[in-house]
Design a protein around this ligand. Structure first.
Ligand SMILES: [Zn+2]
Length: 262
């Protein structure tokens, strides 16, 4: 297919990519995945993302931040490190941050403190937020409405209900869709929500190496940015726009979201 794709969330520092991340990227580029935003999940990990993004400057950008799973490690020093890393022009977002009360790998109180601080950092630096929410919708909404997000934000890997979708849209947030949608069982409810997302708020992501689209068979079950068009095609099937218009707009949304201009 012609036209460009933008994968807004890839965990390329995951150990499953250690040996071949360069090949993984080249393979993706050859499939019109022109831009990728790497997802920073801890201070150390964000540093590594930045190094990789520097290697592939033309196509990669990164976020820096602390995932809710690691929110227990958020403190003043961590904040300084995030600010320091964010000085690089290749850092285009703050996150992944948010709340995950599904696994609660960090204390709820600490997740909220870390989240609110990430929002303030993003606002001060005028960078968009890469947001994660699982089983924590009420508290998540409380945090973002209390802080008011003048900078942009994307709820990545959106799998929520229609009313959750409207809550996010009301706050001006963007919606990131993953291969979760391609799962005939788990993606059933999400299918009904996809047509309700305004085209100018829609973005796509593989969240590699997680969430391999169900219809794709690989030996190791590892997801890659190469498979991003699978998610796009599924969204296209559920909506009314032409393929060209949908693909163009999703790419433009991503470029605008991260404040990129070619
Ligand atoms: Zn996430």
């Amino acid at each position: 297919m012609q036209g460009n794709f933008f994968d807004i969330g890839v965990n390329l520092t995951h150990e499953s990519f250690n040996l071949d991340y360069k090949e993984v990227l080249e393979k993706a580029f050859s499939n019109n995945i022109k831009r990728i935003c790497l997802t920073g999940t801890s201070i150390l990990d964000s540093k590594r993302c930045l190094e990789i993004a520097e290697e592939f400057k033309k196509n990669l950008i990164t976020s820096v931040g602390i995932h809710p799973h690691y929110a227990d490690s958020y403190d003043e020093l961590a904040k300084l490190k995030i600010l320091e890393l964010a000085e690089s022009p290749i850092v285009k977002a703050i996150g992944e941050t948010g709340l995950d009360f599904n696994r609660n790998l960090s204390l709820k109180e600490n997740q909220i403190i870390s989240f609110v601080n990430h929002i303030q950092i993003a606002n001060n630096l005028d960078l968009p937020l890469f947001l994660h929410q699982r089983d924590a919708h009420q508290d998540f909404m409380h945090c973002i409405t209390k802080e008011i997000i003048p900078s942009k934000g994307v709820v990545h890997c959106f799998t929520g209900s229609i009313s959750e979708l409207y809550d996010y849209l009301d706050q001006g947030l963007y919606i990131g869709i993953t291969g979760w949608l391609c799962d005939p069982k788990r993606g059933k409810d999400l299918e009904k929500t996809i047509p309700k997302i305004p085209i100018e708020r829609l973005m796509i992501e593989t969240d590699s190496p997680y969430l391999l689209p169900k219809n794709i068979k690989t030996k190791n079950r590892r997801n890659e940015p190469y498979f991003l068009p699978e998610i796009f095609n599924k969204i296209y099937d559920l909506r009314s726009e032409s393929k060209e218009v949908l693909q163009y707009q999703i790419y433009e949304n991503s470029m605008n979201f991260f404040n990129l201009n070619e």
